[in-house]
Design a binder for this molecule. Structure first.
Ligand SMILES: C[S@@+](CC[C@H](N)C(=O)[O-])C[C@H]1O[C@@H](n2cnc3c(N)ncnc32)[C@H](O)[C@@H]1O
Length: 249
């Protein structure tokens, strides 16, 4: 059966507590696994995400929110780029603990506000941020559309969302090869490095259920964004979407 728009927007992963428990478990080797799985490219992808979030703005006057911040690399990269105020939000306390530890160990001490919270019900008033980023987080949420709706709510008019996420490859042969890498090799490496093969078996399942880049772009428009564009990274395996909220008036 072909999933309809509504079922695509609802998200494939339903049990939030299971997702949280899984992320809680993999914290100690999370950064290392990211570097290994992507051949170190994830660092450059996050840098690019920051550049897009800052485009056309004065970082010294910006307030930014990094949703599903995990161990905090994207949030810290926003601060490194000069963003005046950055909030990193995640629903996993151990992930946030690690983010805070890394932040505090850097020159200048803790420079990001780390907040425990659920992306499905953001603990911020409307129009609180100039930019929202989410890196490899949306895929894990129980409703993609609901999560995107929350992002539009907390963004100011003309605000920017930058979303980094895995995306299905468009060429069938490459898609099959990548599915093989994701479903066989990644859980194997994950099992060896993190001792938690199950967690890294979840990754391909959540990626397979995630909409393709065009469908995600349409969903962003449906959630209330006015303009959306995207580019592909990582030989087409990752999409970086940039969406802006309507300007006032
Ligand atoms: C794959 S990690 C990504 C971490 C980081 N953004 C990065 O780029 O490495 C996904 C993160 O999303 C968080 N997460 C998943 N669902 C969430 C939700 N509903 N609310 C808040 N955080 C969530 C998890 O706890 C986890 O830290």
């Amino acid at each position: 059966m072909t999933p309809g728009r509504e079922s695509l927007g609802r998200g494939a992963i339903r049990a939030g507590d299971d997702v949280r428990a899984m992320f809680d478990r993999i914290v100690p080797r999370y950064d290392l696994m990211n570097r290994v799985m992507t051949g170190g490219r994830d660092v450059a992808w996050r840098r690019l995400a920051v550049r897009e979030a800052l485009r056309g703005r004065d970082p010294a006057a910006m307030r930014a929110l990094d949703i599903a911040t995990g161990t905090g690399d994207l949030a810290m990269a926003l601060r490194d780029a000069g963003v005046r105020e950055v909030v990193g939000l995640d629903f996993s306390a151990p992930m946030l603990e690690e983010a805070r530890r890394k932040d505090a160990a850097r020159p200048g001490g803790e420079r990001v506000a780390w907040i425990e919270g659920d992306a499905m019900a953001l603990p911020f008033p409307e129009a609180s941020f100039d930019a929202v980023t989410v890196g490899f987080g949306l895929r894990n949420m129980p409703s993609y559309l609901g999560a995107l709706g929350e992002m539009t709510r907390v963004l100011r008019p003309g605000g920017t969302l930058v979303c980094l996420e895995t995306t299905p490859l468009t060429i069938p042969l490459l898609r099959r090869l990548f599915a093989l890498y994701f479903s066989r090799v990644v859980p194997l490496i994950g099992g060896v490095l993190s001792g938690d093969r199950d967690a890294y078996a979840y990754l391909p399942a959540s990626a397979a259920a995630f909409p393709d880049a065009d469908a995600l772009g349409r969903m962003m428009l449906e959630a209330g964004f006015a303009r959306v564009r995207y580019l592909r990274l990582g030989a087409g395996t990752v999409a970086l979407h940039v969406a802006t909220t309507p300007t006032a008036g």
